[in-house]
Design a protein around this ligand. Structure first.
Ligand SMILES: Nc1ncnc2c1ncn2[C@@H]1O[C@H](COP(=O)(O)OP(=O)(O)OP(=O)(O)O)[C@@H](O)[C@H]1O
Ligand SMILES: [Mg+2]
Length: 335
């Protein structure tokens, strides 16, 4: 990397408190100086570098605890390999993980890994799961923002808490997850909104912009259309998680059937067709119901029979899309 770029990345890393970036850029200068046989300078730089605390993604514990009450910390367990995702989503999430894993190489060339992801799609198709799986793949902490603890009733209080939240998050490599992002990042032209909310949204976006690249921000929404354009722009990856196709559903069912003690001897594709357009979460519930009934029957009923019965029940269930349609009919003004 050109010397001017290296200097720039050192200043940027220092200003952002990004110790990993600082370390890798200074190491590049040390190597460069050694190449030129400037060993005295290289040694002095190396000694100065040794005084910078090393932050290891796994071992670091956040030092500042203010702001912790607005975050739910969980141990990420979900694995990317266990999710069935549209191919472009798998590829792009894989790229993000690789960029984060090999961030030192990118930083040595004056680049930062991508670290802002927006996930959109109907409920139950893997938004929360992907956010958690990214944390699992990177072996970093998974922080979910708690809006209930964030929103204060006094003027300016929310921004103070937001500032503390971000101060806490930037102390450690992590995935910072904003679920139901539309509830805060809505189109700002909304007539119900007050100046206070606008200030909170602007402040939030500014804080997200300023996060170091070892904090991966993931925002999820069921209503991408409600998001402000300024919000969209912030996110380097914008991934859509639609309802699964029949094939994707069949793959999911196949994996679930494999967990059962008996093979139901019905093709997963056939079951997928009968279930129609449903989310992965609903398909999971469907499979778990069958398994529960099978356990309770103590072997008196075959899993195949229970599966067939549940498919019939499934056809008669109340469906959310029908409820939505009925609701919108009721709200159509009569002429
Ligand atoms: N793409 C997927 N592949 C495999 N399993 C999935 C997938 N999506 C969802 N699931 C299953 O459904 C469960 C619920 O999914 P998840 O909570 O990630 O959905 P979501 O999109 O965050 O929903 P919501 O909008 O309601 O928050 C997961 O725990 C997982 O078991
Ligand atoms: Mg979710």
């Amino acid at each position: 990397m050109a010397r001017s770029d290296l200097l720039l990345s050192i200043v940027r890393a220092g200003a952002a408190g990004d110790q990993a970036a600082l370390r890798s850029s200074v190491e590049a200068v040390v190597a460069d100086e050694r190449n030129k046989n400037h060993n005295v300078l290289a040694d002095r730089l190396q000694r100065a570098l040794n005084t910078v605390a090393v932050t290891s993604p796994v071992r670091t514990v956040p030092s500042s605890h203010a702001g912790r009450d607005t975050i739910l910390e969980t141990e990420p367990r979900q694995r990317l390999e266990d999710l069935i995702l549209p191919l472009p989503v798998t590829h792009q999430v894989g790229q993000l993980v690789e960029e984060q894993h090999r961030a030192d190489l990118l930083r040595a060339h004056g680049m930062q890994p991508r670290h802002r992801v927006l996930l959109s799609g109907p409920p139950g198709n893997g938004k929360t799961s992907i956010a958690e799986a990214i944390a699992e793949a990177l072996a970093v902490q998974f922080f979910t923002v708690r809006y209930d603890a964030l929103v204060g009733s006094y003027l300016g209080e929310t921004n103070t808490r937001l500032a503390r939240l971000f101060d806490y998050a930037r102390t450690v490599p992590c995935v910072l997850f904003f679920d139901e992002f539309d509830s805060i990042g809505k189109e700002r032209g909304d007539i119900h909104e007050t100046g206070e909310i606008k200030r909170v949204v602007s402040f939030l976006l500014m804080q997200i912009d300023q996060l170091p690249s070892y904090v991966v921000t993931v925002a999820a929404t069921n209503h991408a259309e409600l998001l402000d354009r300024a919000v969209w722009r912030r996110f380097q990856l914008r991934l859509s998680l639609p309802q699964p196709s029949r094939d994707a559903l069949a793959t999911f069912l196949d994996r679930q059937f494999a967990l059962w003690p008996d093979n139901p001897r019905i093709r997963p594709e056939t079951v997928a067709t009968k279930l129609g357009s449903i989310s992965f979460a609903e398909a999971l519930e469907f499979c778990q119901t069958i398994r529960r009934q099978h356990i309770l029957s103590l072997g008196a009923r075959s899993i195949r029979d229970i599966l067939r019965e549940q498919i019939e029940f499934w056809a008669t269930r109340v469906r959310i899309d029908e409820l939505d349609a009925a609701r919108s009919e009721q709200t159509v003004p009569s002429s």
